[in-house]
Design a protein. Sequence first.
Length: 79
Amino acid sequence: MNATFHAPEDPAYEFRTFYEKVRAKGFILYQGNLTDVDTFRVGCIGDVDRDVMRSAVRAIEETLAEMGVKQISPHKIVA
């Protein structure tokens, strides 16, 4: 199972840098290229409990802050 998230609409966001920095923290992301909307995916397969998911969210949050990303939600909702 994968959880898909909208990518930040911020000029400081660039997937490759985001990917590498989150990977250095122990988590691997996948670029979401299944739709026209810019997304990234987080795998939730295996022995993944709430502590692991909290750690992943923390790693993503820290990485976006390190990159200077301020706008983390999309400007518009795409159905």
